[in-house]
Write a protein that binds this ligand. Structure first.
Ligand code: DQQ
Length: 592
């Protein structure tokens, strides 16, 4: 696993996989685990006086300034979508974490309201970490979240309820005095015990939740049960656990079907369950599909699932700590995920902000039953402005075509490529690691000539292609089958990279994110949709089978100077069957 690369991304200061105490030269104590950098008081409250507009998102959710991370407690309640999120109200680095709160009627226009939960009581004095919302019978929302009770990062589970259910925005939340609801018993390491899920109700009338953690190096999703939501008892067995995977953050457990979303408590013969965990050690999100044995209260991954670091990922790029919720108004399950910056902490502080939430995605089971399909919520289309179209355009080897007439820095592009034959697909080198798509993509980038591919889009490109972020496919032949590689390659995204060294002197984090696409090529077509937003490139391959998000910081391809191309660097000609691209407008109301 690529620890060193991820260090650039997540832990510019330090990385250690277990909790440790360190001292810096200013003699204050740093408490660090794999996901939580600890900065000095000075740094914690540092942000640029003027927030830099450059690279800020146009339509991806972000606050007006400062640091954000995990989406928390998303829910739909009485006609309003709620998004809470981890937020530092004082600076552009992780720390001082509160639950910030925004509300929306359409998932696109967001209004900021008061912080919902912030440290104030002994049971959360040192932090209000991630958690989930459950709407209880009688239409009563309740939040479960992780409170930090001491400077050793000891974690407990708390609840909060709205002060006034008739306030349409649920602005004020109360943390009752019978908190904490759950403390770690002796068998649990209380510093790895966090991020409660939305609760589901069993046929026996008992609520269940899962909480992430680890024991030694075994990732665990603990299971707790309660009849009244107040008194919780740990089940004899965890819901799920996997040796060798390290700490599990932000578990998510929910039912899926191929047609529509399901309420979290649904079980049944035609329902599969998804178990997602955010793996602290790799900072990627892995999921398996399987069945929920309600008798044993255990999750069992399907036999063909890989349950660990080589498993399916929600997104093969910068996407973490996601959380899903059921939207009863449209019968769909929606997934929110956080994209951290890929830049140095120094640059984050200079910008005055860090982190965005990605576009909420509708998730359903792929009809093949082997994976999920993710797609931007339909409401996003209301932001589409000027449109350009292209069809039946052949791209021979080495050719590209510029997609003109839209604002390429802020666009939605949906393209379907077709090809006459698969014969020229390159052989898949048996020495390559089938599970290290990123390595293959870094060797076989968008400019290395191939057979069938590389072809795709050059996003956030400067006029003379000094910088660009290609999102593309490359098809390989592996014995009797074809393997489709999808890449989102940040390595040439900015000419400034040589000057943006990380604090530790290493190069800025510009990975060639990649994943394979499990797609049937019988029709000899591949589709790609990319949501381009100044420093975000969020892409969906083959109708959402494989998703990859990159964060990039072009120096030239900014605002009106950004360009968009379709390209082919394979010897097999490809045809743009159809391409639709739109300028994306800013939402009317953007979280102010
Ligand atoms: N972020 C939260 C934790 C969670 C982690 C703290 C994941 O609750 O485990 O900000 O990014």
């Amino acid at each position: 696993m690529e620890f060193t690369k991820r260090v650039h991304w997540v832990l510019p200061v330090l990385y250690i996989s277990c909790l440790a105490f360190l001292f810096n030269t200013n003699n204050f104590v740093l408490v660090v685990d794999a996901s939580h950098d600890v900065f000095s008081e000075d740094v914690l409250s540092l942000s640029a006086v003027n927030v830099k507009k450059e690279h800020r998102s146009g339509y991806h959710f972000q606050p007006t300034k400062h640091w954000i991370n995990d989406p928390n407690g998303p829910m739909y309640y009485n006609g309003v979508y709620h998004l809470f999120y981890q937020y530092n109200p004082k600076g552009a680095v992780w720390g001082n974490i509160v639950w910030a709160h925004s509300v929306s009627k359409d998932l696109i226009n967001w209004k900021k309201v008061e912080h919902a939960i912030f440290p104030s009581k002994p049971f959360d004095k040192y932090g209000c970490w991630s958690g989930s919302a459950t709407v209880l019978p009688g239409n009563k929302p309740v939040i479960l979240y992780t409170g930090i009770v001491d400077d050793k990062n000891t974690q407990v589970q708390n609840y909060a309820v709205p002060a006034n259910l008739s306030d349409p925005y649920l602005r004020e939340w109360i943390k009752p005095d019978n908190n904490p609801l759950i403390v770690a018993d002796k068998a649990i390491n209380g510093t790895y015990f966090r991020d409660p899920t939305t609760a589901w109700l069993g046929k026996d009338g008992h609520w269940r939740i899962s909480i992430g953690g680890k024991k030694n190096n075994r990732g665990i999703s603990y299971l707790y049960k309660s009849r009244d939501f107040m008194h919780w008892v740990k089940a004899k067995h965890p819901l799920h656990a996997t040796a060798g995977t390290g700490n599990w953050e932000c578990p998510d457990f929910f039912p899926v079907s191929a047609t529509n979303g399901l309420d979290t408590s649904v079980v049944g013969p035609n329902v599969k369950h998804v178990m997602k965990v955010s793996l602290d050690a790799t900072r990627f999100e892995y999921y398996t599909l399987g069945s929920y044995d309600v008798g044993k209260d255990r999750y069992i991954p399907d036999p063909d699932m890989i349950d660990g670091w080589n498993g399916l990922r929600y997104d093969y790029g910068n996407f973490y700590a996601s959380k899903s919720f059921f939207d009863p108004s449209k019968n769909r399950r929606i997934l929110w995920g956080w994209a951290n910056e890929s830049d140095s902490t120094d640059n984050d502080i200079k910008k005055g902000w860090a982190g965005v939430q990605l576009i909420p995605r509708t998730i359903v089971l792929d009809p093949n039953g082997k994976q999920l399909l993710q797609w931007p919520v339909e409401e996003l289309e209301t932001l589409r402005g000027n449109k350009v179209e292209l069809s039946n355009k052949i791209l021979n080897k080495g050719e590209n075509v510029e997609i003109k007439g839209i604002t390429a820095a802020q666009a939605d592009v949906d393209v379907t490529f077709s090809f006459e034959s698969l014969d020229k697909a390159e052989p898949f080198d048996p020495s390559w690691d089938r599970y290290d798509a990123q390595k293959i993509c870094s060797q076989k980038g968008s400019t290395v000539e191939g057979g069938l591919g590389p072809f795709g889009l050059l996003t956030l490109a400067s006029q003379n292609l000094e910088e660009y972020t290609p999102v593309f496919f490359r098809v390989f032949k592996d014995q009797d089958k074809h393997l489709v590689l999808m890449c989102s390659d940040a390595s040439r995204s900015s000419i400034k990279d040589d000057k943006t060294k990380m604090k530790d002197g290493k190069d800025a984090y510009r990975p060639s994110f990649a994943g394979f696409v499990n797609v049937d090529l019988t029709e000899k077509k591949l589709s790609l949709r990319s949501l381009i937003d100044n420093s975000v490139v969020e892409s969906f391959g083959a109708g959402g089978k494989t998703c990859i998000t990159s964060r990039v910081y072009p120096a030239l391809a900014l605002f009106g100077n950004a360009h968009l191309y379709a390209f082919n660097n394979g010897t097999e000609a490809v045809k743009i069957d159809s391409l639709n691209a739109w300028t994306m407008n800013r939402p009317r109301e953007m979280n102010h």
